[in-house]
Design a protein around this ligand. Structure first.
Ligand SMILES: Nc1ncnc2c1ncn2[C@@H]1O[C@H](COP(=O)(O)OP(=O)(O)O)[C@@H](O)[C@H]1O
Ligand SMILES: [Mg+2]
Length: 136
């Protein structure tokens, strides 16, 4: 089963919509609450990174009998230093974004913790691609 969602950068009112739709869909399957939570956390953080840091993104979800694979690709400023971005607490979020409760710098570390596979690639000035897989 394949699902596709568009994610609009800067649209905080719609933020989290795609990841919650995926969670809703997966709930129909026989997936443990533990795994479901891992997926929800990872996808929410990935979606929020597009909303907070990029201009526009697409989330592609591929649900298989044994796993879910997700690719989130965006057009945006990209990430110049990926190892630095992966550090706990590192964030380039603006004060405005922080006042809304985002920008703790824990998104990418939490995506890594909750995924079985994670590949983050980026071209500065062009965009970012995050691929992750979580086994059921
Ligand atoms: N999709 C993205 N596009 C551009 N930069 C990103 C993206 N995702 C993450 N980053 C960069 O990596 C940093 C760390 O991300 P993250 O751990 O999610 O923390 P936060 O989103 O709270 O800043 C961000 O502050 C930003 O500089
Ligand atoms: Mg984040």
């Amino acid at each position: 089963m394949k699902l596709i969602y568009h994610i609009q950068g800067g649209d905080f009112s719609a933020a989290g919509g795609a990841s919650s739709e995926v969670k809703k869909t997966l709930k129909q399957f026989n997936i443990s609450p533990f795994v479901l939570r891992k997926i929800a956390v990872a996808l929410y953080e990935a979606e929020m990174n597009v909303v907070v840091h990029a201009w526009h993104g697409i989330m592609r979800v591929d649900i298989r009998p044994d796993r879910v694979s997700v690719v989130i690709e965006d057009k945006g400023p990209g990430i110049a230093d990926i190892p630095r971005a992966m550090e706990e607490g590192f964030s380039t979020a603006t004060d405005e974004v922080r006042q809304m409760g985002f920008g703790a710098g824990m998104g990418l570390p939490n995506i890594r913790k909750n995924s079985d596979e994670m590949v983050l690639t980026s071209t500065p000035g062009v965009g970012t691609r995050l691929a992750l897989t979580i086994s059921f």
